[in-house]
Design a protein around this ligand. Structure first.
Ligand code: SF4
Length: 755
């Protein structure tokens, strides 16, 4: 369906009523007022973090409140809502002496208790945690990690706020203790992008820059809701539209934030709104591969394939061409949920565009065939020669500030740093004094979800978690709770309390309070989606006395466990020493040693990758003749996908999503489906399958019939665990039955239920 004529500037306005007062959308000015109120006890510090720090929210990346794509202020509600995590005072640690009382609290209330203040330990049978000294906590942890079988030791680091230096230190310490079970939260989001891109174009990062959007003939957003997750990206889209760029959206649900948006820092847009999407292609959930094959079929039939580029730069086209021709239009239409004519509309636009960029997120990756979805996107871009040139590219847009750097710094079970594969040869190289000075393990480790499945089988004896919350992020939370409870020794290094810490110990649980990135001595760096390594300085301000730097805690444990060896291997005094080492052992990050004050940054590989050659061993781009996935949804059942609202990762900030007006318990469904079930807007419904039940409300909106969407992580109760993409990312979709509950049955809102 065509949603706006991008050439008609007047029609880019949403409403003549100023600031869209008659429309549902976020209120940026209220967000600012709320942030000032929430941080009123620490306003000066809060302002300095915004002014000087690199944003710890999504992965667009900033220096203070500026970026490298456009002039003007770069700030959004996501950053504002995360600010309090950095400015709030210490919690009363006595609250942790009674775990049962804490378990009755929502995650939001747990978060609002304040920052973790002191190291604590809980043993099996204890009612709660008891305060211990750092010495005791480090002694205990060092002793247990020294004794554990490394094949039964897991190490997990999440992305929020962690710097490259912290990731690097953690994974190196994990390998010092002999394990490759090392992973980050990329494993529940973009690992299929890493796998799919590595296999086809030889690099796991985005190939272009955000600035390439502006002036590209076409920007395609697939399975992503940047208005919610990377809000300032809507400003990039605004400027792209001014430069004549068309924006296409491919998704089962027409996200209101991609339809129209009020960019607060652009006066015209703030007043009258901006229609972003020029065209919308409403596919079935999981219909991406069929859709892109359909587009490819039209490209072939109409001579819109770039055969010169294919011949000069790629391999495997013949197989893909044959495969594409072998699919009937009927099968492609059925799988994609789009007609042949609709796919032609897309094909004609991309076939005639001089350049196009495709950006995607978890609507692509969080399937058991997520890596194949990525390969389908690569096939299309290779067929059009849309890589390596200005305004072209492949962009897996990341949602967290540490996801890109975390994996590159070695937070991977299969690679030491920057994709250097775990192997005997590489281990020997890393054993040289100029590298790590010890031989890391050579066996392939487990990814995060596999670690929890192993814990369920009783195969994990110790797990270090820096941040993260498996219970609130993985499918089948009850099962995850039991699996985590099987682990004999758990270390939770964090800045706040999470429900994950409250799982009863099989033996011992240790809490280690850490500092934020802004408190880290010597500052630190992050790597943004566009491969920009950005320095975030230490920000002067109040400190919580007993917290320690995120990189330093595991290093102190290593030094206690084996003082002699660790003295050489971890001879770091501060983060500058770590950057010096990264500079030495990770050639892609060469130059990081010079990144040491606010504003310092560089984009590794330059603005664009793959200009002359692909980074695969043969220098070619590789086509993939993938098959069509089969989503079997029995008659009368629905395919449920998960979505995000006003939240950051699993931290929910408001029960109402300001972009959609949806409440957390709302389930989006198509009017045709609602009618068939006799449902009206707001009617109570039950989602159920063999894994569990979820009570929600029907919300009728522009979603593909047969598909429904509910908020993550709440609907995880009906998402089956153990269905993983080969890269290890869980499939966050589920087949469900929907049962109308009768209009008189009241459903308490999630907020009321957890108050
Ligand atoms: S868009 Fe992302 S990087 Fe920019 S301010 Fe918001 S959360 Fe931070």
């Amino acid at each position: 369906m065509t949603v706006a004529d991008g050439n008609d500037k007047r029609r880019q306005w949403v409403s003549l009523i100023p600031y869209g007062l008659n429309e549902q959308h976020p209120n940026a000015y209220k967000d600012i007022a709320d942030t000032i109120w929430e941080n009123r006890d620490n306003l000066g510090y809060a302002y300095r973090i915004l002014r000087d720090g690199c944003c710890d929210g999504c992965s667009l990346g900033t220096s203070g409140m500026h970026d490298w794509t456009m002039k003007g202020i770069h700030l959004c509600a996501v950053r504002l809502q995360l600010l309090r995590l950095n400015t709030m005072p210490a919690m009363d640690w006595h609250a942790l002496e009674d775990v049962a009382a804490l378990r009755r609290m929502s995650n939001r209330k747990l978060r609002n208790l304040g920052r973790l203040a002191v190291p604590m330990v809980r043993r099996k049978g204890d009612k709660g945690f008891r305060r211990v000294s750092w010495d005791e906590a480090i002694d205990l942890t060092a002793e247990r990690l020294r004794a554990v079988d490394p094949h039964r030791l897991g190490w997990y680091m999440t992305s929020r706020g962690l710097t490259n230096e912290a990731y690097y230190a953690h994974q190196k310490v994990a390998r010092f203790f002999g394990t490759n079970h090392v992973d980050t939260s990329a494993r529940i989001c973009h690992a299929p992008s890493t796998a799919g891109l590595n296999a086809t174009v030889g690099c796991a990062a985005t190939t272009c820059s955000y600035s390439d959007w502006i002036g590209s003939d076409l920007v395609v957003l697939v399975g992503t809701n940047i208005a919610n997750n990377q809000p300032v990206a809507t400003k990039y889209l605004y400027y792209a539209k001014q430069a004549g760029t068309k924006i296409f959206v491919v998704n089962p649900y027409f996200e209101p934030g991609l339809d129209r948006y009020w960019v607060p820092s652009v006066t015209k847009s703030a007043l009258f709104g901006t229609r972003l999407a020029d065209d919308f292609f409403q596919i079935h959930a999981g219909g991406d591969i069929a859709f892109f094959y359909g587009v490819l079929k039209h490209l072939i039939e109409n001579g819109w394939v770039d055969r010169e580029f294919i011949a000069a730069r790629t391999v495997g086209w013949q197989d893909v061409e044959e495969k594409t021709r072998s699919f009937s239009w009927e099968s492609l239409e059925r799988s994609a949920g789009q007609t042949r004519e609709e796919m032609f509309r897309f094909a004609e636009a991309i076939g005639k565009a001089r350049h196009a960029i495709i950006a995607w997120s978890m609507g692509i990756t969080q399937h058991s065939y997520g890596s194949d979805n990525v390969r389908a996107i690569v096939n299309l871009q290779l067929a059009r020669g849309n890589v390596g040139r200005p305004h072209t590219g492949l962009m897996p847009i990341r949602g967290h500030s540490g996801v890109q750097g975390g994996a590159e710094m070695g937070g991977m079970p299969s690679a030491y740093v920057m994709g250097v594969a775990v192997s005997e040869d590489n281990a020997k190289r890393f054993a040289q004094p100029e590298f790590w000075g010890f031989e890391p393990p050579t066996w392939k480790g487990l990814s995060a979800a596999h670690m929890i499945l192993a814990a369920e089988r009783g195969e994990i004896d110790a797990l270090w978690q820096t941040g993260g919350n498996f219970v609130d992020t993985l499918p089948e939370p009850d099962r995850v709770w039991r699996a985590v409870g099987n682990i004999g020794f758990r270390i939770h290094q964090d800045i706040i309390v999470s429900s994950n810490m409250l799982v009863d110990p099989a033996d011992t649980v240790v809490l280690l309070p850490s500092r934020t990135r802004y408190e880290q001595r010597g500052g630190g760096t992050e790597t943004s989606t566009e491969r920009r390594i950005i320095y975030s300085p230490e920000i002067p301000g109040p400190r919580i006395a007993e917290t320690r730097d995120e990189w330093e805690i595991p290093v102190q444990v290593a030094r206690r466990a084996d003082p002699e060896r660790a003295a050489k291997i971890f001879a770091w005094k501060d983060t500058q020493d770590i950057r010096d080492e990264i500079d030495r052992v990770c050639p892609t990050y060469k130059g990081i040693t010079k990144v040491r004050k606010k504003g310092d940054n560089f984009q590794y590989g330059g603005p664009r990758l793959l200009g002359d050659r692909f980074l695969t061993p043969d220098g070619k781009g590789h086509f993939s003749p993938i098959g069509l996935p089969e989503e079997k949804v029995p008659e009368g059942m629905f395919l449920l996908s998960t979505r995000r609202g006003k939240q950051f990762n699993s931290m929910v900030y408001n029960v109402t999503d300001p972009l959609t007006g949806l409440q957390r318990e709302d389930i989006i469904m198509a009017s045709e489906d609602a009618e068939r079930l006799g449902l009206r807007n707001g009617d109570p419904i039950l989602l159920r399958n063999e894994r569990g039940e979820f009570r929600g409300r029907a919300k009728i909106d522009r979603i593909k019939p047969g598909c429904v969407q509910g908020h993550w992580p709440e609907v995880n109760v009906v998402v089956p665990a153990g269905r993983l993409d080969p890269s290890g990312v869980p499939d966050y979709n589920a087949v469900v039955e929907i049962v109308p509950l009768g209009r008189l049955e009241a459903i308490p809102t999630l907020e009321a239920a957890t108050a």
